[in-house]
Every structure is written in C-alpha cells, then in structure tokens.
Design a protein around this ligand. Structure first.
Ligand code: ATP
Length: 563
C-alpha cells in the first residue's frame, strides 16, 4: 500500500479521493458491468424461455428451427460476466477504500500533531480517538458505499431505459418515471428523514466512547469509591439510545426499500398490461413480453441499494464535517517549526498568565532566566502554579503578555515535537506501559545500550532492586507499572527520561513516595552524574535544596531567585 502522501493545507475529502481516482473509475465501471450483466441475463433469459416454449408449442418443425445455442451462450456469458465483474469490483473498491482510510488517518494524525497540546486541551481523549477511528472510516466508506452505488444507478438507468424504450417506447417512459421516483424521490426523502437521527447517533457514540475510555482508564478508582455502577449506567443509557436510533434507521431503510419494490411492481403491472395490448396488434412478439417484464425488474436492482447508500452518504458527510472541524484549526495556533540554537537557555520574559475564568494570577509580569547546565529547584506553595510554568514551555496555554524563549527562539514558534527533543519532562502523572522493565526503558530510545540502562537504573537507585528480581530487566511490570510500588514506578519513569539524553531534564516532584535517604541519594546521583545537563526540579522537599546551584521561589506571581 502506498502511504506516501502530502498533507494538504486544508482538510477536504476530495483531496484524498484524487489519488485513488483510478480505483474509483475502475470500480464504478466494473460495478456497472455487473449490473448490466444482471440486466442482460434476466432480459435474455425471459426472451429465451418464452421463445423456446412458443417454438415447442408450435410443433416439431418450429422447435427444430429454433436456434437455442446462441441465446443460451449469451445467457451463460452474462452469468459469467456478472460473477467476474462483481468479484473484481469488490477487490478494486475495497482496495481503494483501504487506501483512502489509510490516507485519511495519516492526514488526521498530521493535522492533530501541530495542535498538541494547546489546541486539544478542550477535547476529550475518547472523542479524538473516535474522530481518528470511526470518522475516518465513515468518510472513506463514502466511496464504496455511497459514490459507487449512486454512480452505478445513474449510468445503468440511462442504458436500461434506452434498451426498454427501443423495444417499447411507452415501457421506456414508464421505466423512466418509476426510476425517477425510486432512484431520486425515495432517496431524497430517506436522506432528510435519516440525517437528524444519524447526527444524533454520532454525538451519542462520541460521548459514549469518551465515557467508556475514561471509565476503563479509571476503573480501579471507580471500583474503590463504589461509583463504577454510575458510570456503567451512563454508558448503558447511551447504548440504549443508540439501539433505539438504529431501530428507527432500519425502519426508514426497509420502508424505503419496500416503497421502491412497490414502485417496481406498479411499473411492471403497467408495462404488462400495455405490452399485452400491443401484442394483440402484433407490434410485440410473445417472447418480448417476459423479456421486458424481467428487464424492468432487473433495472430496479440498481436503485434498491440507494436508501443504504443515503445512510452511508450522511455518515460520510457528518464524519467529514467532524474531521474538518478538528483538522482546520486556526493557523495562528499551529506553530512554525523553528529550531532552538545553543546554548539552550530558557528565558521567561515579563510573562503574565492566569487560567481563563479563574481569579488566581499564576504569573504577573514574571521573568526568569535559566542558563544551560544550571541545576535549579523550583519551589512554592501547593497550587501556586509551578506545574503550570512547565506546561507553558510547551505552549499548553496562551500567555496574556510576555514571551518565553528557549535556545533563543520563541517557544510559540517551536513545535512541541521539536521542543521535546531538547527537553524531557517527567510530570507528576507519568505513564508506564504494559510490558517489561527493559521494554519500558527502550521504548523512547530503542538503540540504548545495556550499560546505559544500568547507569540510569543506578542513578534512580533501582539497580539493586532490578538485580534481585528473578527475571531482572525482563520482569513484567503490569499495566501502568501496577506491579511496582509508587516510588519504584516513579523512579523507573525518571530512568526512562534519563535515557532520552536531552540537554534539559525537568522533573515535577520526582521524589514523591520515596524515603528521605533514597530521595537524597537519587538527587545527589542525578546532579553529580549530569553536570552539563540542565536539571530543573519542582519540589517541596527542603532537604534536597542544598544539592542545587540555585533555588527559585514562585510567590505572588513572581520568581524569586537565590532565596
Ligand atoms: N487546566 C487548568 N485549568 C484551570 N485551572 C487550572 C488548570 N490546571 C491547574 N489549574 C489551577 O492553577 C493553579 C496552579 O496549579 P499547578 O498545578 O500549576 O500548581 P502547583 O504549584 O504545581 O501545585 P502542586 O505543588 O500542588 O503540584 C491551581 O489553583 C489549579 O487549580
């Protein structure tokens, strides 16, 4: 599968369909071929069966004169062509749809990355996951489930009407009217009746997915607090709403299909009555009557899937709108990828910040410079804004005034991906993955050597612990490191960060859950080993402060150095 693909400036489904235009064209062609073969099969069979019966009734001479071989070969040809073209059409269209899904997912990912983290802060993780998984799938199904059925119905209907018109003009006109009703009027009504239901279903599904993701993530806490039932009840309610909406949709679709079948029966009835009259005037042979009737029935095969195609179109339209909303983020929020230059100093210049609709002023024209290689402890009362300052570096929030520079460049113009190659942050809510100690340590840097792993484990005071495990580095730590103690998990996360080998290391309360001795030894090992690395630690522990070059106090919205 060719995944080479350029992210366009704006998100438009058509941009992604262009690279698969040959799949679309060939798929449509094969689909039409299958429908035409089906029509040809029934049309010719109707004629052949009646002609053979008429010849048989007319006596031995007429029966022997009737050439059954040629039309029978035609019937076989159409039967084979129908199977083959259907098979090829499925292969081509599904391949096209897979390519489209892959291109859409790549694009959505590429559009989302520059928005992180500030642009995605108000969105729920489950919602983003929904957009990434379901919306891309619904949008790409537009091609196989909506565009091809509608295109086939349009192209084939013209041919069917033309053929029937050739044999009996009035029958052609009846077919034209019937196909307009069944192929345009019924789908339009289906579209309008179903749009609101499908839009509501999309919203419910998105909320349910987000709730489900959060419930599963926090199941431990919910069970401990005995409130898991409440979350499950909400999810169950949403599922019931979805089931009810699905029932309504199924009802609309079957009603539409029944209406199409009814239109077909009426059309067949009219054609039958009229052809019998015409037959009496010898303007039509007996064999042509079933041929026309079966032909008209076959013609409706191309409009019967249209109600379902309408639903696919609505889903694709809604999905496209959602994807557009999440991808077309205001350009000013999408950072330019400037590269910080050495030395990698951090300059917070007259920054003011408070959270929207929060009275607390976090920073009030505050300034601070941290030179590369400095070891700094940032202290301050709980809730004063220390973690917020770290998040500001990664442009989580828009500053009210002032600027932050890293390596001489405004952090607003450095992408978070670039910045993370210079700064490693181990936050309070770090994550460990379900796997072994080694897998977790190698996750960020797969090329890391065993000696480097030992060094990092030594610094975080975990070397002896790992050494004493029967499986050593290959010990499985469980989901989120559940098989480790809180302090061990935190230290493993720090070791993970050390192995990234970035010029800056920021640790948010790294020694929480550690005894005083381990805490002191860890920080001491850290500052002694990484003398040229800039280390910034947020802490409440007074005992470790003497180990730092500088202590900065955050108070009243200002930084106070060398306290
Ligand atoms: N996303 C947010 N939206 C609104 N307010 C927030 C947000 N994050 C934090 N706050 C508030 O901002 C203030 C500073 O929070 P922050 O986590 O930065 O403090 P801190 O100094 O790191 O605290 P601690 O030492 O307890 O970890 C707190 O009052 C907090 O409630």
């Amino acid at each position: 599968m060719n995944n080479k693909f350029i992210v366009p400036e704006k998100f438009k489904l058509i941009t992604f369909i262009k690279p698969i235009k040959w799949h679309l064209t060939l798929g449509l062609f094969l689909s039409c071929l299958a429908a035409l073969s089906n029509f040809g099969l029934l049309f010719l069979s109707g004629w052949l069966i009646t002609s053979a019966a008429v010849a048989g009734l007319a006596g031995v001479a007429a029966a022997q004169a009737f050439n059954i071989m040629l039309p029978a070969a035609g019937v076989r040809f159409f039967a084979m062509a129908r199977i083959l073209s259907r098979y090829l059409e499925r292969i081509i269209t599904h391949d096209g749809a897979f390519r489209l899904t892959s291109a859409l997912r790549t694009a959505v990912y590429a559009f989302l990355i520059p928005q992180t983290p500030s642009g995605l802060m108000d969105k729920r993780g489950g919602d983003i996951l929904g957009q990434f998984v379901s919306d891309t799938e619904s949008a790409s199904a537009y091609y196989t489930d909506a565009a091809v059925p509608f295109g086939r119905a349009f192209c084939c209907a013209i041919i069917f009407i033309g053929l029937v018109f050739y044999f009996l003009p009035i029958a052609g006109i009846i077919l034209l009217i019937a196909l307009i009703l069944a192929g345009i009027v019924v789908p339009v009504i289906t579209y309008y009746l179903s749009y609101y239901i499908l839009e509501k279903m999309r919203q419910t599904k998105s909320v349910m997915q987000a709730n489900l993701a959060e419930t599963l993530q926090n199941l431990g806490e919910l069970l401990t607090l005995n409130v898991a039932e409440v979350s499950m009840h909400k999810i169950k309610q949403d599922q019931l709403d979805l089931d009810y909406s699905k029932l309504k949709l199924d009802f609309i679709e079957s009603a539409a299909r029944s209406l199409i079948t009814m239109i077909m029966m009426v059309a067949v009835l009219f054609v039958l009555i009229y052809s019998v009259q015409v037959y009496q005037y010898n303007a039509l042979t007996a064999a042509e009557i079933p041929m026309l009737v079966l032909g008209i029935m076959a013609a409706f095969d191309v409009v019967l899937p249209l109600p379902a195609a309408c639903h696919a179109k609505i889903k694709a339209d809604i999905a496209q709108k959602q994807l557009q909303a999440c991808c077309d983020y205001p350009q000013e929020h999408i950072k330019k990828s400037l590269l910080p230059k050495p030395s990698y100093d951090l300059v917070i210049d007259e920054v003011s910040f408070s959270y929207p609709s929060q009275p607390q002023i976090i920073l009030d024209q505050a300034s601070l410079t941290i030179k590369q290689g400095e070891h700094v402890a940032l202290i301050g009362a709980s809730g004063i804004g220390k973690s917020t300052v770290i998040n500001m570096l990664f442009s989580f929030y828009n500053l009210q005034s002032g600027s932050i520079y890293f390596g001489g460049k405004d952090v607003n113009r450095i992408s978070s991906t670039t910045l993370s190659t210079f700064i490693t942050v181990i936050s309070q809510d770090f994550h460990l993955f379900s796997g072994t100690i080694k897998e977790n340590l190698k996750l960020i840097n797969p090329n890391v050597k065993d000696e480097e792993i030992s060094e990092a484990l030594k610094v975080v005071q975990l070397e002896d612990f790992v050494h004493n495990l029967s499986l050593g580095l290959d010990t499985f730590i469980g989901n989120e490191g559940l098989r480790l103690s809180g302090g061990q998990a935190r230290r493993l996360a720090i070791a993970q960060g050390l192995l990234r080998n970035t010029p800056w290391l920021i640790l948010d309360e790294p020694t929480d859950g550690l005894d005083q001795k381990t805490e002191y030894e860890l920080i001491q090992a850290l500052v002694n080993k990484y003398t040229s690395k800039t280390i910034m630690i947020i802490t409440h522990k007074k005992e470790i402060l003497p180990l730092f070059n500088r202590v900065v106090l955050l108070q009243d919205g200002k930084f106070h150095s060398d306290i």
